[in-house]
Design a protein around this ligand. Structure first.
Ligand SMILES: NC(=O)c1ccc[n+]([C@@H]2O[C@H](COP(=O)([O-])OP(=O)(O)OC[C@H]3O[C@@H](n4cnc5c(N)ncnc54)[C@H](O)[C@@H]3O)[C@@H](O)[C@H]2O)c1
Length: 306
């Protein structure tokens, strides 16, 4: 199993590290445009192999796509991250050009690959890969909902004063501060709806904290976060590589599901060796449906900027 990660920055390197530590891939190629940067990150990570007990071989290359040839999975994290006060949508001007270029180079060298898009604004970047390449829709996956759901579970556990492993929940919709749709109605603690333990006000607070989860960290760190994003990507990569048939909310091209067409937005999917094996359509209540439609309008506005 060969995985390429484009962008050896904060998220790319963290993602490569988690993939290696989980020890399911034979090879990870890190590629960056900055001379020597990916080589340095790869060497540093390889020097953790004996300490962390993994056999995955990590190599770094400067913009040499021939080294990425025949990758089973390619992850795109290249581009600029947001700074405090910025929205993800403001990154489109620079990141659209980068993502288009990078995806075309990746596919030239790995025509059978599955692409995971991470660069922001992620739903629009995923849509761009659809529009600018011939890859079938099951092989283009946007990562956002897996991270947003992890942040949702963190906030729920905090409110419940419970360990995170007791909590389950999912965030669908657009990967933006206003677009996320945390499904509080369906969230549970050990199969019991969280509404049995938390007031509506507290649940609304959890929902708001989840939506600005990325912005909160960007303010604290001065740049966007990387540990949880890297771990979330590695989870998707592992589900595909190990044919786990696991369910994650991912940005996927919808063709009628959730009443939406010609848009990439977060919906639950089953991930396995073919990438997106199935889009799971769950019954939403009226408020959730309205929230999803509103979220889609926001994503379409950003898509129009393309
Ligand atoms: N989808 C999500 O949930 C999520 C989460 C966190 C960050 N992000 C996004 O991921 C992206 C990366 O964030 P980061 O914090 O790792 O940024 P970073 O600046 O640390 O790393 C980005 C890297 O991309 C490289 N790069 C730029 N142009 C390139 C090109 N044409 N080819 C190859 N490499 C190139 C840069 O040299 C840099 O090393 C940002 O757009 C950020 O907003 C998305």
């Amino acid at each position: 199993m060969k995985v390429t990660v484009v962008g050896a920055g904060a998220v790319g390197a963290s993602c490569a590290e988690y993939i290696a530590i989980k020890n399911f891939a034979s090879e990870v190629v890190l590629l960056d445009i900055k001379e020597g940067f990916a080589e340095g990150k790869a060497m540093d990570l390889m020097q953790t192999a004996s300490l962390n007990g993994f056999d995955t071989k990590i190599t770094g290359v400067t913009n040499d796509y021939s080294k990425t040839a025949d990758s089973d999975i390619c992850v795109i994290t290249s581009g600029i991250p947001r700074k405090p006060g910025m929205t993800r949508e403001e990154l489109i001007g620079i990141n659209a050009g980068i993502v288009k270029d990078v995806s075309s180079n990746l596919i030239k060298n790995s025509p059978n690959t599955i692409i995971i898009v991470v660069s922001n604004p992620m739903d629009t970047m995923t849509y761009l890969v659809h529009k600018s390449t011939d890859l079938p829709k099951n092989r283009i996956i946007g990562m956002g909902g897996a991270l947003d759901s992890a942040r949702f579970k963190y906030r729920l556990a905090e409110a419940l004063e419970a360990p995170i492993s007791d909590v389950d929940g999912m965030v669908i919709g657009g990967h933006s501060d206003t677009g996320m749709v945390p499904l509080t109605r369906l969230a549970t603690r050990n199969s019991i709806p969280v509404s049995e333990f938390l007031s509506e006000d507290r649940l609304n607070q959890v929902m708001e904290e989840t939506k600005v989860g990325g912005a909160t960290l960007t303010k604290l760190l001065g740049t966007s976060a990387w540990y949880a994003p890297g771990a979330a990507v590695s989870g998707l990569v592992q589900a595909i590589a190990c044919d786990q048939k696991k369910m994650f909310p991912c940005s996927v091209l919808l063709e009628g599901e959730y009443g939406l067409n010609d848009i990439c937005i977060g919906a639950p999917v089953i991930l396995g060796r073919n990438g997106i094996e199935k889009i799971v359509e769950i019954e939403l209540n009226d408020a959730e449906k309205a929230h999803m439609q509103e979220s889609a309008e926001g994503v379409r506005k950003t898509n129009d900027l393309l």
